[in-house]
Structure formats: C-alpha cells, structure tokens
Write a protein of this length. Structure first.
Length: 242
C-alpha cells in the first residue's frame, strides 16, 4: 500500500521579532515620540494591540531590548525604502609598491599616496620587491616596511604583518575609522595623477579584486608604479634615502 505523500506547508514567519515572538521578559518601549520605559513584554504587547498596532523589537542587543509600537507593515516598508536609499559602501583594494633603495622624495610620495587611499576608506597592499642579489639582504626590506608601517599607523591598522613570499615582502592595511584617523602627510592634493618611475619588472601584475561588489563583472586595481632600486658598488641595497 502506497504511503500518502506528505504535504509541504511553508510556514511564514517575519524576520523581525514582533508581538508574541519577542523572547525577552521585559523591554524598553517607545511609542511615537514618547518613552514608555521598561515594561513587562506581555503588557507592552497588550498596549500595542489596544491601539491596533504591533510591538516590534528594533534593538535586540540593548539590555533590555528596545521595542517600538508601530504599524508593522509600514515599518517594513520604511526599512526597505531606507535600505535602497543608502549608497552601497565599497572597499577597494589599492596597491603601492616599493624598492629597498627608494629615494626620500619618492618614498614620501608613495607613503602619502597610500595614506590618501586609506583616508578614502580603501584597503591597501604594500609590496616591496627585490631583484637578484638584493635577496641576500632581506633585512633591509623588512626595515623599510617597518618604516612604512609606522608612517601609516595614524590612519591604518595591520591586517597582515610584513611577510616574505618569493621575491616580495607584502603587508596588508585597513583604514581606521574616520574619527580616529590622524594623517601624517597632509598634501594629498599635490600628488601627480601618474607616477613616472623607472621600473622594469619581469613578472606580470596580479589582479586584485575589489571587495563587496557582487554586481560587477570587472575588478580594478590602482597601482602606483615602481621606483628603481639603488645599489652600492658591492651590490648591497642602500637603505639611506636622499
């Protein structure tokens, strides 16, 4: 005998906690412009229903949770409209490259460029690139990366400490919140649109994707060109700039 097929009933449930779905025993209630204070949840629900409205939990992290007496349908409509009006925040990933023997002026220009990116709320990848015999003096590169990190400490926090991979040392930075940023370099507007650096790399550029752009098919990377490394007669990189 064949078993009867089970019927799948899709149970509808609102995402928001409203009325009897509110779990907290007590809630802080707002009705219009009035603060009704902390009430027993059942009492708050009765008050809402007595005026033909709903009790909606609007802040579950508060102790006790904050609820509003509102028309739930209108509340959802307003929330959806507000979400559409808010611009989508994108976090692009920028890249700034260095050589161990970079000159002082070029160093300042590149760090200023990185600071500008961070103040625009972009993530920044700092990459220091070695050539040939330079790899024998990796400590010079790490010392330079330490200097970059200190110069950008007022606008960024470290996502990834300087790490050697192949011929490159890489460091990842994320912007500090705007109200905490204290830039060291002020003349962001004086930066050239393009940097004419003497650099010849035999490796292709890696494509770096932007973050939080699900609707875009192409990703862009703003790359600051390279400064050629300076070497002494013995092939040792010169750390001192200028």
């Amino acid at each position: 005998m064949a078993r009867p097929k089970k019927k799948n009933f899709r149970k509808w449930a609102p995402r928001d906690r409203i009325n009897d779905r509110i779990r907290a025993p007590k809630v802080r209630v707002i009705y219009g412009e009035k603060q009704l204070g902390v009430l027993d949840t059942h009492e708050a629900v009765r008050k809402a229903k007595s005026v033909g409205l709903d009790l909606v939990e609007v802040s579950s992290n508060a102790r006790p949770p904050v609820c509003k007496i509102v028309d739930y349908g209108k509340y959802k409509y307003d929330q959806k409209k507000l979400k559409k009006e808010q611009p989508k925040k994108t976090h692009r990933l920028k890249e700034v490259k260095f050589r161990p023997g970079i000159g002082e002026n070029d160093y300042n220009m590149k760090v200023t460029r990185a600071e500008s990116f961070l103040m625009e709320e972009d993530k920044v990848r700092i990459q220091l690139m070695f050539r040939g015999r330079q790899m024998a003096h990796k400590e010079v590169g790490f010392e330079l990366m330490k200097e970059v990190k200190e110069d950008l400490s007022g606008v960024a926090h470290i996502d990834m400490e300087p790490k050697l991979t192949g011929r490159n040392i890489t460091m990842m930075l994320s912007p500090l919140p705007k109200h905490l940023q204290k830039p060291k370099f002020k003349n962001h507007g004086d930066l050239p649109d393009e940097v004419d650096d003497d650099f010849d790399d035999d490796e292709g550029e890696d494509e770096i994707e932007e973050f939080e752009r699900p609707n875009e098919d192409h990703h862009h990377l703003d790359v600051v060109d390279e400064i050629a490394m300076l070497e002494g007669d013995d092939g040792r990189p010169k750390l001192k700039r200028g």
